[in-house]
Ligand binder design. Structure first.
Ligand code: COA
Length: 698
């Protein structure tokens, strides 16, 4: 018998148990084991009903993603599924945890499905650029009808057991603790009540007479919201095959579509993104089990948009948080904004009215630093000024208990210099949240030169507790995310100066897959923020400071972006839709004239190359300097903090797909024509391009 799938008998029920931690993924050993265990059950004269269950935290959570992109070993999942479908003895799938992807497909090939109420079922393949390739697109519509099946397969979100029962995916939902017990009870009913064991593949009632308009409708919706994605469209094609072709032919169609998805670069990008997100938590040099400090009580300094959002992150996770401001008025304003945010979530049905009160109840406003004395973690989210931050940290050094972690939410400033304002630099760390902090998933944790190991490990653990994707990076100007963004911004400004329009630059970036372009994003964040930072740097004589530009001129005129109704674009009252503004066009034209620049036609290709390759080159320098430990850390920062399309895998992964020699050739070309240190080719890029490597190989 297989190591990872066992067969045993309980009374007259044969029990097949998958035991392949952590999530019972359907790798080659599980697939082989399932077939052998099924054969054992069928050969066992003492068993007349079989139960399929899984040990550990969950039912099978899908195909083994690690096998994707590699040659498939037989038996494949479709074969396993076909064997269960054809079983002459009734098989009951007994589900706990999550039956996802291939796991649900195996369950759908069983004759009955029972689940614990806490379980969830789903077909999330679309999120990995795939579609269910083992009959899921043919069987699910036969159980729940085409519309529900499309929602689940194209949406990819799992549904709770109760909803799955209502839809008809499950036959029974139980409140107990043990799926196996529930399965055994159901097997007894199959035996005694003689429930009809009709395979799903032969149930055509729910798909008979499907109105073809459903598919046209769905496609029209997808064309609007997911035009650039490959697999959602193939999912619709596959479900359509279920409704229009005989089962076996539908399966073949599903297979072809599945293989097309498997070959797509989007599949590679999304799977890279899936593993990168999980790998980012495993920091080289901080082995699992590194000691962490307990964090039970948190404090946030500053109740502005950022501070309020950060406080919400902790309250959402049930962790009490003190929120400190300098004036009562600022405190009241901050708390009112937090309440508005929660009430908006409640109005959308995301949380209950009781949740709103419970969460607000966890946020304790204060005007006094003395109230921070017992905090385990303090996060400063005050004005972005070194002077202000140093003063705050000197105060924290006085009032906080020994061993408290003192974190700054700075997005650009030197964490080591901030730490120097205290007598305990080992306890100081950066925790860079992204706006809106309660929504954006990235938490860029910044390890200073003297940050203690257990402090770094603790902030990574805190990220996990509050549902963020934590990435640990080192200190430099702008860390990983903003340092690269700064380069993209500089190119975008220059491209407009040379002749592109802001709308053209943004169109190229959204065409690439960013949810918004550089200038729309600046308008959202506020042009004044960057303008003030640039001014500070110029005043300080920083050699890397940007020369004054047309964007500064906009800021000088009070066009700060959405908040003033006008920035790079204009906005109609109450709308966030960027509209081109002739005033800005004339301002840019006047700027060019002043500088003696004759505008030229800039191609979309040049915009894309300059905006993105400059980031890749900077990313390579970040790796060389050890600011990010791995290319995947950079990818995770950009996917979760800046809307880099996950289906392209992040900037460093994407560069590998483009081909590093091609990227280097372009970087060298722009270095020759534009000059400047940003285009100075990174030594790492040169080496990898020469050796035929990729950033992920490091
Ligand atoms: N194949 C291979 N490994 C998988 C896997 C799969 N289908 N699903 C999860 N894993 C691994 C993760 O990489 C992680 O490994 P690590 O501990 O070495 O980092 C481990 O299992 C636990 O996963 P994680 O996501 O950290 O745990 P969780 O409890 O938060 O979530 C799931 C569990 C199953 C809900 C989640 O992992 C998931 O959604 N997996 C993908 C399911 C899927 O898409 N299936 C369809 C595949 S076609």
């Amino acid at each position: 018998m297989s190591k990872v799938v066992h067969y045993a008998r309980t009374g007259r029920t044969g029990v097949i148990t998958v035991e392949y931690p952590p999530v019972n993924a359907l790798g080659i050993d599980v697939r082989t084991g399932l077939i052998r265990a099924l054969e054992a059950g069928l050969a066992d004269d003492g068993a007349d009903v079989l139960v399929l269950t899984a040990a550990g935290r969950t039912f099978m959570a899908g195909a083994d993603i690690r096998e994707f992109g590699k040659p498939q070993q037989a038996p494949g999942l479709p074969e396993v599924v076909a064997r269960f479908d054809a079983s002459p003895k009734p098989v009951v799938a007994a589900i706990h945890g999550t039956a996802l992807g291939g796991g649900l497909e195996v369950a759908l090939a069983c004759h009955f499905r029972v689940a614990l109420r806490s379980a969830k079922v789903g077909l999330p393949e679309v999120k990995l650029g795939l579609l269910p390739g083992a009959g899921g697109t043919q069987r699910l519509p036969r159980l729940v009808g085409v519309r529900n099946a499309l929602d689940m397969i194209v949406g990819g979100d799992p549904v709770p057991a109760a909803a799955a029962l209502d839809m008809g995916i499950l036959d029974v939902v139980e409140d107990g603790e043990s799926a196996l017990e529930a399965g055994l009870r159901f097997a007894e009913r199959v035996r005694t009540e003689g429930l009809p064991a009709r395979p799903v593949s032969r149930r055509d009632e729910k798909i008979a007479g499907t109105d073809p308009a459903v598919f046209a409708d769905y496609r029209a919706g997808l064309a609007k919201r997911a035009a650039a994605l490959f697999s959602p469209h193939r999912c619709v094609d596959a479900v359509e095959a279920a409704a229009t072709l005989p089962f076996e032919e539908g399966l073949k169609r599903e297979r072809d579509l599945f293989l097309a998805c498997m070959d797509s670069p989007q599949r590679a990008g999304l799977i890279h993104a899936f593993f990168a997100e999980r790998e980012a938590a495993k920091v080289p040099g901080l082995p699992a089990g590194t000691a962490t400090r307990p964090v039970r009580q948190v404090a946030v300094i500053g109740a502005g948009t950022m501070g309020g959002g950060i406080a919400m992150c902790f309250a959402n996770a049930g962790i009490p948080v003190r929120l400190l401001e300098v004036t009562q008025e600022a405190l009241d304003r901050g708390l009112a904004a937090v309440r508005r945010n929660y009430e908006a979530s409640a109005a959308k049905g995301r949380i209950s009215a009781a949740d709103v009160e419970a969460r607000i109840g966890l946020i304790h406003p204060t005007l006094s630093y003395d109230d921070l004395a017992d905090a385990d973690l303090v996060i400063e989210a005050a004005f972005e000024s070194m002077e202000v931050k140093k003063a705050i940290f000197a105060t924290l050094d006085r009032v906080c208990r020994p061993g408290a972690i003192l974190a700054t939410n700075t997005s650009t400033l030197d964490v080591d210099e901030i730490a120097s304002a205290t007598g305990r630099p080992q306890d100081v760390v950066g925790m860079h949240f992204f706006s809106p902090a309660n929504v954006m998933r990235l938490l860029e944790n910044v390890r200073g030169r003297r940050t203690a190991e257990d402090v770094a490990a603790t902030v990574m653990e805190v990220a996990r507790r509050i549902g963020k994707v934590g990435v640990l990076v080192g200190v430099c100007y702008g860390f990983v995310g903003n340092r690269m963004l700064h380069q993209r911004g500089r190119e975008a400004i220059a491209l407009v100066e040379e002749g592109a329009s802001p709308a053209q630059v943004d169109r190229v970036l959204t065409g690439f897959g960013f949810p918004m372009g550089q200038f729309a994003m600046l308008d959202l964040a506020g042009i004044d923020v960057g303008w003030r930072i640039r001014e500070e740097r110029r005043k300080a004589g920083d050699p890397d400071a940007l020369a004054p530009n047309w964007l500064d001129r906009l800021a000088e005129q009070g066009r700060f972006g959405q908040k003033t109704g006008a920035g790079v674009y204009r906005y109609e009252a109450g709308s966030r839709k960027p509209l081109p503004d002739p005033e800005v066009e004339s301002l840019i034209a006047a700027w060019r004239a002043e500088k003696g620049i004759t505008p030229r036609t800039v191609s979309d290709r040049e915009i894309l190359e300059r905006c993105l390759y400059v980031m890749v080159n900077e990313g390579a320098k970040i790796l060389e300097e050890g600011i990010a430990a791995r290319a995947l850390d950079i990818d995770v920062v950009w996917i979760h903090g800046y809307g880099f399309p996950a289906y392209r895998g992040g900037p460093m992964f994407w560069a590998g797909q483009v081909g590093l020699p091609a990227v280097l050739e372009a970087v060298e070309r722009y270095h020759a024509t534009l000059g400047g240190s940003p285009w100075q080719p990174a030594a790492l890029l040169q080496r990898l391009a020469r050796e035929g490597g990729r950033f992920g190989d490091l």
